[in-house]
Write a protein that binds this ligand. Structure first.
Ligand code: MG
Length: 396
């Protein structure tokens, strides 16, 4: 006998959280709960196969939840959790794996290290090993009023995974099925079935995070814990650039040619607005500045259209899976007047970046005659952008 199989119990039909959708198919951060559990179970690397036990009439829900995942065919559940597990074990009997891990679909935060530890216990000879937490709260017995205090010494809260020698737990379940209903009812987990058969089951300290999703509050806690790995992050970048006036008959601003009595001096086409915006985008990604990507000392950028620089930064963003949220650009000069060209500049920048014009803002101001812009010596531009980027690794 060889092999180690995870049996995920996902046959429940009720939603204790309201609505008609069975709990295990509730969307959590964009995926059905069952998919989170399956993906994390596959990622433990502990199993040769992962098999789900599903409810009657749930085939479509199951199919949609597990599309693209490498799973064995699902097994039909029974009227109770215990019967569902029994069906799963009987379906695996012909394969006769050495070890089976029985897990609740409603515990999506199952963890690789913990799972492997439990499997190792059974591999080392234990009949069973379960994840459990020592009780830390004081326990009271009562019905509205306290009738007594229960010692919490040696009391544990049983979780899943519950890992067993396959033949031993199959035999225990077959024996339990022969018991009178009153004795079967109290068997709410597989360790209980194993205990009744006289099997020794090890208690292995579990994790609080591996809680069972039962209420709306549990669901909210789960979404909070999963969010850092599923929600894009928003970043901000700022850019600033200045170019001086020199002889010429036009300036380039945001990719638009504007007739003017002077030109801006620069190595490229001196489009001060596109330079500031390029730096803002690079800044949001932590990707250096325009001078690092396009050194002024490199003759190939002489006279280059600055749209090239901005497109390069936008390509970097796209390759990292990012997206521009918005850009806000302030042009500071006395002349030329920007107002008449504002719409053309917005359209030009939106075109270069491939975004809707509504995401681009262009503003202009003078400095009331003060400073170098006030004296008409050049143009300054400030740009601020917001971008979204896929989340980093946890803890980065
Ligand atoms: Mg520049």
């Amino acid at each position: 006998m060889s092999g180690c199989i995870a049996l995920l119990v996902a046959a429940g039909s009720g939603s204790r959280m309201g609505g008609d959708l069975p709990k295990q198919y509730t969307p959590v951060c964009g995926k059905p709960m069952l998919r989170w559990t399956v993906e994390r179970t596959l990622a433990t690397g502990a199993f040769d196969d992962v098999v789900c036990v599903i409810g009657d009439g749930h085939d479509d829900l199951y199919g949609a939840a597990t599309v693209g995942l490498a799973l064995a065919a699902p097994i039909r559940g029974g009227a109770t959790r215990r019967e569902s597990v029994r069906n799963g074990l009987e379906a695996l009997a012909e394969r006769a794996p050495a070890i089976v891990s029985i897990q609740d679909a409603a515990r999506p935060l199952v963890d690789g290290a913990e799972t492997r530890l439990l499997v190792d216990h059974v591999r080392a000879g234990a009949a069973g090993a379960i994840a459990a937490l020592p009780v830390v709260d004081t326990l009271k017995r009562g019905d509205g009023r306290i009738a007594g205090t229960v010692s919490r010494e040696n009391l544990w809260r049983a979780q899943t995974p519950q890992v067993f020698d396959f033949a031993a737990i199959l035999g225990a379940h077959r024996a339990a099925a022969q018991l009178p209903a009153t004795q079967r009812e109290v068997l709410t987990d597989d360790a209980g079935v194993a205990e009744l058969a006289g099997l020794e089951v090890a208690l292995v300290p579990g994790r609080e995070e591996n809680f069972k999703i039962t209420t709306q509050a549990d669901l909210q806690r789960l979404e909070f814990l999963l969010m850092p790995t599923s929600t894009p992050e928003t970043r901000t970048g700022s850019g600033f650039d200045v170019h001086a006036f020199g002889p010429g008959d036009h300036v380039m601003l945001g990719g638009v040619r504007i007739a003017h009595g002077q030109a801006l001096v620069g190595h490229s086409d001196a489009d001060v607005a596109l330079h500031a915006l390029t730096d803002a985008l690079l800044g949001a990604m932590g990707a250096g500045d325009i001078g690092q990507h396009f050194p002024p000392s490199d003759p190939q950028w002489k006279g280059a259209g600055s749209a090239l620089f901005l497109r390069h930064a936008a390509d970097l963003l796209a390759r990292r899976g990012g997206r521009l949220v918005n850009a806000d650009i302030t042009i500071v000069c006395e002349r030329p007047k920007v107002g008449p060209h504002r719409a053309a500049i917005v359209a030009s920048i939106a075109g270069i970046l491939g975004v809707a014009a509504g995401r681009i803002s262009v503003k202009a101001t003078t400095t009331e005659g003060l400073g170098f812009t006030g004296r008409g010596e050049g143009i300054a531009v400030q740009a601020v952008v917001s971008v979204t980027l896929p989340p980093g690794e946890p803890g980065d």
